[in-house]
Design a protein around this ligand. Structure first.
Ligand code: CA
Length: 230
């Protein structure tokens, strides 16, 4: 298991949250704590999260809704905390996209064991590596010009977005520098010779921040670039 996996804990009751944090910290997990659904979603979009522990009864939107929104972005392991049997029925019956659930009250030791099992299961058959799909890899939103890679929001510039947008339409197709210049910058001039390479370089660095091993943009020497993950 990767050391210091980061867990997002979504729980509005601080006494319960404190116990969980203590147990996870003792097992060398890093814990980010959110006390509401909206806060959890914001944290999830901003940070690299390895596993989510999600209470169902939250002060704003409930855990089911938080789960639904996280699942639009990522297949990260997700464990529900539930207090009532009707909640368990919903978790199990409606296939909420949760990987596991644990009933309150639970022992911190039991919870840590569940977290470890779910992380391990995820790493043995990582759905992202096995079947790259649009949901899990590179998601572009043309309307608000955002890019999510492996569920994480990238801090991206206008031209970096433009490059991805063009290449995303035809993955694996090789685009020459001239073609990208024309499609993204519209009125390029001669002084912009290296501008595409510079932007590809910064873009790659941002993608590698999310996944160091990912080869998202491939260089074809003397020809141009292609998008390999989509
Ligand atoms: Ca609660």
């Amino acid at each position: 298991m990767k050391p210091n996996a980061r867990v997002l804990l979504v729980e509005d009751e601080s006494s319960i949250a404190d116990n969980i944090k203590y147990a996870l910290n003792a097992a060398s997990f890093e814990v980010l704590w959110a006390t509401s659904g909206m806060e959890a979603l914001t944290l999830f979009k901003e940070q690299a999260i390895d596993l989510v522990i999600l209470d169902i009864g939250l002060p704003d939107i409930d855990g089911f809704e938080v789960c639904r929104q996280i699942r639009e972005l990522s297949q990260v392991p997700l464990l529900f905390l539930t207090a009532r049997s009707d909640e368990i029925d919903r978790v199990v019956g409606l296939e909420m996209g949760a990987d596991d659930y644990i009933c309150k009250p639970f022992s911190p030791r039991e919870l840590v064991a569940r977290v470890k099992t779910n992380l391990r299961r995820y790493q043995i058959s990582p759905p992202l590596a096995a079947v790259p799909s649009q949901d899990e890899s590179l998601v572009l939103n043309d309307e608000n010009r955002t890019v999510h890679f492996r569920g994480q929001l990238l801090d991206i510039t206008r031209y970096e977005f433009g490059i991805l947008q063009v290449m995303h339409k035809h993955p694996k197709r090789v685009y020459s520098r001239e073609e990208l210049l024309e499609k993204v910058w519209h009125e390029p001039d001669n002084s912009m010779d290296r501008v595409v390479d510079t932007h590809i370089k910064t873009l790659r660095a941002k993608l590698k921040e999310v996944d160091e091993k990912a080869e998202v943009i491939k260089t074809h020497r003397g020809i141009g670039y292609s998008l390999e993950i989509y």
